[in-house]
Design a protein around this ligand. Sequence first.
Ligand code: X2X
Length: 342
Amino acid sequence: MQRRHLIKGAAASGAVLGFPTILKAQNQYRAEYKMSTVVPPAFAWGKGGEIFGNLVRERTNGRINIKQYPGASLVQGQQDREFSAMRQGIIDVLCGAPINWTSTVRELGVCTLPFLFPDHKAWDAVMASEVMTKDYFDVVRKAGAEPLAIGETGFRQISNSKRPIIKPEDLNGLKIRVVGSPMYGEIMSGMGANPTFMSWADAQPALASGAVDAQENPLEVFLAARIHTLGQKFVTKWNYSNDMLLFAIANPIWQSWTPQDQKIVREAAQDAAKQQVQLVRKLFDEDVQRVSALGVQVHVPTAAETNEWQIKTRRTYARWKAQINAPMISKMEEIIAKSRKA
Ligand code: X2X
């Protein structure tokens, strides 16, 4: 009788003082939260992750310690496994390009359709819209992570070791490394190239040895990774695809944090994303000059040439639009069309 009383009493006083909830929340905080980035902080993308981790650590007085693992090392460099590893609890924090996660959740690839975004103005209009902050974020939530902020991986450009690429025929027979997205593979084969799927870790030795002739990446990546030293002599700045850089937290981790900490983390991600986008844009403005200065021949397509690329990829675009999420992509197209007129 007495014992039962004591237990009851303890529970009651705990509830009044709010101990159980506080203790529960504190117990669930870990010493370290693991963040995966494909590239390190020497790249704008990896820098975005670093800024995010630092802001969170500062603003939570070290309560939340996000540690960055570049080179997608938590998944042994296999960046296409990041999202499933996040679901398995191997990765807690994502700061990455959803293109790498499309084999896990195809819908995450909506931003990467060929020649979808004509410029940054259109890209910004879409990213600020509810198609992204509501519809797309809902997809991310259902897939297992809390989306916090949108950065930019950057417009992807093609480089190769053989010849200038001016028109679609110039791609004929080129062996090109693409990330593990079947859509990127189809874009390239649709233009006559011969795509092979490879992680970023494998791409560099493959370029160096000549096992592949070509690759596609933002020029800030080309510069930071010194891809010109791997025999890549020709670049075409054709802006064919520009993925977001998504900052997100695995659902169970997100739920283990107090609402106050969730707010701090979300704002930190948004501030980091803002800085990261500024960095990418600055590099984008300088890249033709900087890549040319390395002795690389850079071609910037005319509007007519871009139109030709677009026509050449139209069929792949339509096929993937239908497979990924046609209603969401139609909404994006409307926003882009409006931004063109504005
Ligand atoms: O592997 C690539 O090409 C990279 C770094 O751009 C991505 O992870 C999409």
